[in-house]
Design a protein around this ligand. Structure first.
Ligand code: CMP
Length: 140
């Protein structure tokens, strides 16, 4: 998955971030890093999309509350592009658990939760391809 400026990543600014008014703060960090916003939409995730998006996690014990959380309100879906964007964005997010994420990262600075950790981002070129197809089929 490439664009004129390089690789692409699928990013979800989760319902906790929308409720807390952190959308601008989070997108601002990506913009200041030099990444490009290629597409963006405010929408909700329904149960079927949650099961598809988190296909690798549906059997895990943490999945039912994760699904409830991710379908609890609107989220912002983004396509970001830039040099090595997948790895760069994962570094900017920090560790999954906001209580353990390093200061300076989005989760380290703004989250105290393992579940309500503000942002999802593709973790590999393979997951980026799959997730972009799911969320922005018109771009693929
Ligand atoms: P995300 O990057 O969206 O990928 C899977 C999500 O599951 C993760 O962020 C967290 O929101 C959630 N998650 C992962 N591990 C746990 C866990 N142990 N307990 C609760 N939620 C988790």
């Amino acid at each position: 998955m490439t664009s004129p400026s390089g690789e692409r990543s699928l990013v979800l600014i989760k319902p906790d971030a929308v409720r807390r008014g952190l959308v601008g703060e989070i997108i601002g960090r990506f913009e200041r890093k030099g990444l490009a916003v290629d597409a963006m939409v405010l929408r909700s995730m329904d149960a079927a999309l949650a099961d598809q998006h988190y296909a690798d996690h549906v059997e895990k014990a943490f999945y039912p509350p994760l699904k409830d959380f991710m379908t609890s309100g609107p989220l912002v879906a983004l396509v970001l592009s830039g040099d090595e964007v997948i790895e760069v964005v994962r570094g900017m997010l920090g560790a999954t658990d906001g209580r353990k994420a390093a200061a300076g990262t989005i989760r380290g600075d703004l989250s105290l939760s393992n579940r309500e950790n503000l942002v999802h981002a593709s973790d590999s070129p393979e997951s980026a391809k799959r997730e972009l197809q799911l969320w922005f089929p018109e771009l693929v």
